[in-house]
Structures are given as structure tokens and as C-alpha cells.
Ligand binder design. Structure first.
Ligand code: COA
Length: 182
């Protein structure tokens, strides 16, 4: 059994998924306003559940853990209002991803969640480099990365196939020595 992660942000918490999160997960990955910016199309309830089951089973099966795919939980209720993920790849490197339910946008939750994951990644996980691949027109996500001190590296051409077409990503990165709790 791997460790049970729970990280406290300023307002949100980051915690392991549970299958009880299925309906809340569907509100995120079943919403075109959200998935428009992700690397996959909107999912139905079965797809939302499969996403949670996949993360939970990889957590058990892959040791040492090579991904931290976690729920962003609302203040007080602890209900899932988003997710964030660090996938470990390369030498002390990780790829960061996040999404927040559209009803909760603009409250600072993505910045809070990403900051909390970055602190965990440079701290407990000992990472040196964190990258994020963001759609060139995804102004909200670019703003989150820039608020946290990420640097734009360049364009990944035709990086993802989503919503019926190839899409570039802009690659952003943050190095351990640059991290100032931004
Ligand atoms: C990107 C996303 C996670 C941001 O979530 P959020 O909780 O609303 O983010 P925050 O409130 O922490 O910060 C958003 C920032 O973007 C800004 N912003 C939002 N929309 C914007 C736009 N269209 N143009 C410019 N800035 C914008 C906000 O004003 C805020 O900046 P501020 O604090 O300086 O005012 C959310 O929009 C989302 O889930 N999008 C779909 C999935 C996604 O894009 N995931 C990331 C893939 S790389």
C-alpha cells in the first residue's frame, strides 16, 4: 500500500481520489469548457470513473510511485473540484497538469493547487525541474504558470490530438533554484 497523500494549500486541499468522486469528476472531465484545453475529449460517467480507477490502480501497482494524480478538494466540504497531476519522467523531472471545474474558476484555486504540488515536488519528491505543456490560447493556464514563476521555453508542434485536430503546446518550466513560493 503506497502512502496516502494529503497536502494543505492556502484554501484548497490536495488528496487521493476516491470512487465516490465520480460525479464530481464528471462535472470536470465531462465539460467541454474544461476539456477544450486538455489532451482528451469530454468523457461520460463511465469515462470519469475509469479515470479515477486507473489512477487508483496505478497507485497500487507501480512502486515506487511514478505519478501523483490527485484531487483538488474544496475548502470545508472536501468535495473534488479539480485535479492536478505530477508525472515523473527523466532525471528528477516532472510534468505538471491541472484542471478546475468551470463553476469554480477565477477563485485562485488552480494557482493554490499548482503551488501546493510544486512545493511537494521540489520538497518531498526532490525534483529539479517541473514542466507544463499549455495550449497557446489557454490564457488562464498561461497566467497560472507565469504567476508561479514558470519560464516559456518554446513550442511543441502538433503536441496533442484533441477535439478532432492537432494542437501545439507551449512548454513552460520551473527549476528548483527558481522556486520562491511564487
Ligand atoms: C486553467 C484553469 C485550471 C485555471 O483555474 P482557476 O482556478 O480559474 O485559476 P486561478 O483563479 O488560480 O487563476 C487564473 C488566472 O488567469 C486569469 N485569467 C482567466 N481567464 C483569462 C483570460 N481569458 N485571459 C487572461 N487571463 C485570464 C485570471 O484573471 C487569473 O489571474 P489573476 O489571479 O492574475 O487575476 C481553469 O481555467 C481550467 O480548468 N481550465 C481548463 C483546463 C485547463 O486548461 N487545464 C490546464 C491545462 S495546461
Amino acid at each position: 500500500m503506497s502512502e496516502n497523500i494529503r497536502l494543505q494549500g492556502e484554501a484548497i486541499a490536495i488528496r487521493e481520489f476516491s470512487l465516490d468522486d465520480t460525479d464530481d469528476a464528471l462535472k470536470i472531465v465531462g465539460d467541454d469548457r474544461v476539456t477544450r484545453w486538455l489532451s482528451y475529449d469530454s468523457r461520460d460517467r463511465e469515462g470519469a470513473r475509469a479515470m479515477l480507477e486507473g489512477a487508483l490502480s496505478r497507485r497500487q501497482a507501480v512502486q515506487p510511485r511514478n505519478e501523483y494524480y490527485l484531487a483538488v478538494a474544496a475548502p470545508a466540504s472536501d468535495h473534488m473540484i479539480g485535479f492536478c497531476r505530477i508525472g515523473l519522467s527523466g532525471v528528477r523531472a516532472g510534468k505538471l497538469g491541472y484542471a478546475i471545474a468551470a463553476s469554480e474558476w477565477g477563485k485562485g484555486y488552480a494557482t493554490d493547487a499548482a503551488r501546493t504540488m510544486i512545493r511537494f515536488s521540489f520538497g518531498e519528491l526532490g525534483l529539479h525541474r517541473i514542466s507544463a505543456a499549455i495550449g497557446p490560447e489557454n490564457q488562464a493556464s498561461i497566467r497560472v504558470a507565469e504567476k508561479l514563476g514558470f519560464t516559456r521555453e518554446g513550442v511543441l508542434r502538433d503536441h496533442v490530438f484533441t477535439n478532432g485536430q492537432w494542437r501545439d503546446s507551449v512548454l513552460y518550466s520551473l527549476l528548483e533554484q527558481e522556486w520562491t513560493e511564487g
